[in-house]
Write a protein that binds this ligand. Sequence first.
Ligand SMILES: C[S@@+](CC[C@H](N)C(=O)[O-])C[C@H]1O[C@@H](n2cnc3c(N)ncnc32)[C@H](O)[C@@H]1O
Length: 290
Amino acid sequence: MEIIHTPVMLNESLEYLNIKPGDRIVDCTIGEGGHSVEILKRIGEKGLLIGIDKDEDALSRARNRLSLIGSNFVLVHDTFANLSNILENLFVKRVSGIIADLGISSLQLYKAERGFSFMKDGPLDMRMDRKADITASTLVNSLAESELADVIYYYGEEHLARRIAKAIVVYRKKKRIETTSELAHIVESVYKRRGRINPATKTFQALRIAVNNELKDLEKFLKEAPLFLNKGSRIVVISYHSLEDRIVKRAFINNSVLKRVNKKVIIPGRDEVKANPRARSAKMRVAEKL
Ligand SMILES: C[S@@+](CC[C@H](N)C(=O)[O-])C[C@H]1O[C@@H](n2cnc3c(N)ncnc32)[C@H](O)[C@@H]1O
């Protein structure tokens, strides 16, 4: 069965971006193009869509979908943390809107070989950019116990981080940890009781953040992005866990060139969550260039 990523808060994000024909919009996490397909329709033939993703598979899928609608788009394989360089290389000084829909897509999550999911057995990879050097396996097999514990504690907000790190180190003395199932079992062995969420959830989140440098990339991006917006243009960011949301909130509050459009975070409606459970943790924040 073909996996398709359902765009989260599509209507809300398009409404807040306030797109007009001829606009230049940057989709910093184009994924499968769920948001961008609609953006491309709205900017019309005279507009320009710039799509960025760390994942080359996502870019090629987005290209196929966008090509059915128009040709006025440019796709860039890079991290959005390099937004200034990306726009400079394209000779673009200002844009009319920026969107970032953080995290990973369904395509990445549900493909066992990408190693993001504890529900599917696969290589312990977790790289969004498959050309990057460091995988989750590299980290769990090489970090010192205290470093591992810190990663799991800070990026996973996992209160059993020290015990999980210890269990990882005991295991890897016997055998290198190569698969998602191995790691999931190690984490499960530390938990005495199973709750509603899988015990491996937080450890997997932590390693994914570390492998992909997610929080540092986000901070750099949020510093650079507002500089490229036209006056009155907006930046829309959708995040999926509290660490990201906190960074976005702080960046929008403490900003001399932005004003927050929504003081209260925007969350998906009940119907959307029912139709797409992956949307349940989504939080959207919007700011406007002064
Ligand atoms: C939630 S998906 C986006 C889905 C897209 N909005 C759609 O509806 O099809 C997030 C995408 O962002 C990409 N990504 C995450 N962090 C990134 C970064 N720092 N730079 C570029 N792309 C990134 C991931 O590879 C993934 O394809």
